[in-house]
Ligand binder design. Structure first.
Ligand code: C2O
Ligand code: CU
Ligand code: CU
Length: 474
């Protein structure tokens, strides 16, 4: 473990960085704006200089590079993406947030057979929504995503709002050794039962980045994607006033984030309009302080000396809504989901593969969490909920644990009605809802996509340790 790197970055705050970090300093590699034909994805081992040139490289697994290519798709147009598995183990690709046919959802055993090493699978689907999404494996995802397999997927609006730059920021953290190798083992019991595998090296688009060059007066659209196994992020853009325009890909009434922090659990996305109101020559930190005692600087916005490109910012854009079926709250049926388990939890016993086991026996099998008293094992399991197609539902989620959980539903988007007993402003659409420790949430959806869909915590170690279920829409 290398707990030193976050620390090193604290020390480097401000103007010191330039001379001291020759090896570390890197300029944000701006991802390719457009890939006309989605490429073949070839997950494979490779070596990547996560820490920058001059530092030892890291053996990762990657779709070409870390992150994989930004896939830019057209809404309503069929995409064909071939995946060739060059990993030493089976894999799949899941298109996180896309409401597509169940057979293309990429969940091993549940929706497809895993792609064996040397094998290939062709995904064919038509994205129904514009927005910011991402893709990643769903086989041993704590290990495969943790080793670097992920990429952003952008479905463009028919008329995207005018901005000077449209940037994808794929945010991750890595647990590296002093030699910059990925720290083993994965799935340590401590990670399974506590906060998940938190890392010690933050990366932006797959590199430890010191600065992102900025130009005064510009307007950026930032597509923030949290691909970390476990790290919940709360991003503050010091000296700036970001406006959230979409969450989990879906447009939301433009608003300033609560408490000035953009809250992103693993798997979650936010589209943000950032007006570059800083002075030429100034630098402003982007900080993640979700874990207050482990706050760290993600990157600095470093303004060049050029004068502002314009004085007054244009009015804020509103994105056209995606066409999602509106839940009928008057006729909605109730569903209840209670989460138990984890360290310092109240879970005494739960059902695993049809057998009631006490917590000690569960932990011996690497399990630590239950949904309505049932512990998931693998992906294929009898449905915990069976929903009628076309019917509206309101699910009340109760987190009876001492840990936060980003709960993610495949194949659908839901409206977040209430969180922690309070109405949520704008009732945003989302595919992932972040439950606070001991928190609650009410979400509403129309069960309009048939199939068996996974519903799980996106802290990948929690998922591995049993925090998943199947929602059947029949
Ligand atoms: Cu990113 Cu099962 O999902
Ligand atoms: Cu998903
Ligand atoms: Cu969790």
């Amino acid at each position: 473990m290398k707990p030193s790197l976050f620390h090193r970055r604290q020390v480097l705050k401000g103007g010191l960085a330039a001379g001291l970090t020759a090896g570390l300093a890197a300029v944000l590699p701006v991802p390719p704006a457009r890939a006309a034909t989605p490429p073949t994805l070839r997950p494979a081992p490779r070596s990547v200089a996560l820490l920058g040139a001059g530092e030892p490289p890291t053996d990762v697994w990657a779709y070409g590079d870390v992150p994989g290519p930004v896939l830019r798709l057209k809404r309503g147009a069929e995409a064909t993406i071939r995946v060739e598995n060059a990993l030493p183990e089976p894999t799949t690709v899941h298109w996180h947030g896309l409401r597509i046919a169940n057979a293309m959802d990429g969940v091993p055993e549940l929706t497809q057979a895993p792609i064996p090493p040397g094998g290939a699978f062709t995904y064919r689907f038509t994205p129904p929504d514009a927005g910011t999404f991402w893709y990643h494996p769903h086989v041993r995802s704590a290990v495969q995503v943790g080793r670097g397999l992920y990429g952003a997927l952008v479905v463009d609006e028919d008329a995207p709002p005018p901005v000077d730059r449209d940037q994808v920021w794929v945010l991750d953290d890595w647990r590296l050794t002093d030699e910059a190798a990925i720290a083993e083992p994965f799935g340590h019991m401590m990670d399974l039962t506590h906060a998940g595998r938190l890392g010690n090296v933050p990366t932006l688009n797959g590199r430890l980045v010191e600065t992102v060059p900025a130009r005064a007066g510009e307007r950026w659209r930032l597509r923030l994607v949290n691909v970390a196994n476990a790290r919940i992020m709360a991003l503050r853009f010091t000296g700036h006033a970001p406006t959230v325009i979409a969450l989990d890909g879906h447009p939301v009434a433009p608003h300033a984030p609560a408490e000035g922090r953009i809250l992103l659990g693993p798997g979650m996305r936010a589209d943000v309009i950032l007006d570059l109101t800083g002075e030429p020559g100034s630098a402003h930190a982007v900080v993640d302080d979700f874990y207050p005692r482990q706050a760290y600087r993600v990157v600095d916005l470093a303004y060049g000396p050029e004068p502002a490109v314009r004085q007054d910012a244009a009015p804020l854009p509103t994105l056209a809504a995606n066409s999602l079926a509106e839940p009928d709250l008057a006729k909605a049926r109730p569903l209840d989901l209670t989460i138990t388990g984890g360290a310092m939890g109240t879970l005494r016993q739960a059902v695993l593969k049809g057998e009631s086991l006490d917590i000690r026996a569960l932990v011996q099998k690497g399990k630590a969490w239950a949904l309505n008293g049932v512990v998931a094992d693998g992906m294929k399991m009898p449905p915990l909920f069976t929903l009628d197609r076309g019917q509206s539902y309101v699910m009340r989620l109760v987190n009876d644990t001492g840990w936060p959980h980003p709960m993610h539903l495949h194949g659908h988007a839901f409206r977040i009605l209430r969180q922690g007993g309070k109405d949520v402003p704008h009732r945003p659409w989302a595919d992932t809802v972040l439950l606070a420790a001991r928190g609650t949430a009410d979400i509403a959806l129309v069960a309009d996509n048939p199939g068996d869909w996974l519903f799980h915590c996106h802290i990948l170690e929690h998922h591995q340790a049993g925090m998943a279920c199947v929602v059947r829409v029949a």
